[in-house]
Design a protein around this ligand. Sequence first.
Ligand code: PLP
Length: 422
Amino acid sequence: NPALTQFGDKMSHLTGVRAIMKDIKETLQAGVGQQYINLSPGNPVILPEVEELWREYTTELLNGQDFGNVVCRYGDSQGYEPLIEAVVNFFNQRYNLNLTNRNILITPGSQSLYFYATNAFGGYTSSGKLKQIVLPLSPDYTGYGGLTLFPEALFAYKPALDIDTAGHTFKYRPDFSKLNIDESTGCVLFSRPCNPTGNVLTDDEVRKIAALAEPYDIPVLIDSAYAPPFPALNFTEMTPIFGGNIIHCMSLSKVGLPGERIGIAIGEEKYINVLESFQTNMCIHSSRYGQAIAARAIETGMLADIATSVIRPYYQKKFTVVESTLDEAMPKDLPWFLHRGEGAIFAWIWFEDLPITDWELYQQLKQVGVIVVPGSSFFPGLREDWKHKQECIRISLTATDEDIETGMRRLAKVIQDVYKRG
Ligand code: PLP
């Protein structure tokens, strides 16, 4: 094995869910002949209407004048100009903003955007001070766990819980009595809607977090990978919030382009400039083919349309299948709680006082042919001992209705046994 630097060592390990995905892949491969119900994928479903939309814009690009310019040349590291223009026009019109092209950065996927931001704003300053990357509401996206070279810089806050005991539902809330944002903070980051929980922070909660960071000029990155206007995977009312110290971060992965790797940041020029230079040093720019077809889909309004007419209803219906099957199949006298389904492509279930760990539950579910994701990998940066971390699982809404139903029924049986055995 080659000798590695601290950085090399950190980056050569898989974190969080990527490590579990390896186990899942091996399970699926080893179980040839055994039918697994796979409720783990984070990969979106290929919806025929969405695939067709991208096929049409690709055909247009292939036949158009601009093809050579798009594919055969390097471009500006800020992004492909027509895409930037489309984003500026679309957002100005829809949300009544005054964006200029200096407020936009296109990145190869939004994951890379978080990599730039957390390393530019979080970690050690030249005078040796530690700037924290604050996750105001844990659990949150597992991918935040692998971003920084300095694990001590990542700091997540334990949430408050709103529990509806009779209804077997709950919701995480930021605990403002604990949340500390001050000169030791480098940036703030959260997903809204949230992967894995489906939580949507309220507009008020977002404004409150941004206001805490504002006096220190701390950027607040709002990971909007599931937010309106596209993919619009919110099942509850929510307003995207822009301006000031907020960097609104989007991804085209859940509108059918995960393979093209397109992320979009919208924010004040002073932040965008920092991120753009980071990007130039790292990879020059994002692939221009994906950017070119995205420009057309945004400009025509088709992307926003298909999000609300096709993508949102598809996943929203899946959530109701989870909800109704659990209601019917799960024992009423056990303390299970489904997180309120406010968005994203997952359902999140908490089993209070679960007699085994989430990892053991994951193994037992494998035994009955159901694969879920154990919840403990979704608490990056949360150092506190908290049993709740080992009491949750994530269910993907990408499976068929039948698979979700069967999976939830088997889960109900396993859970009953687990609590009975104690
Ligand atoms: N943020 C969240 C909340 C996600 O769920 C994902 C992917 O699943 C990402 C970011 C990364 O997306 P991208 O494909 O844009 O890098």
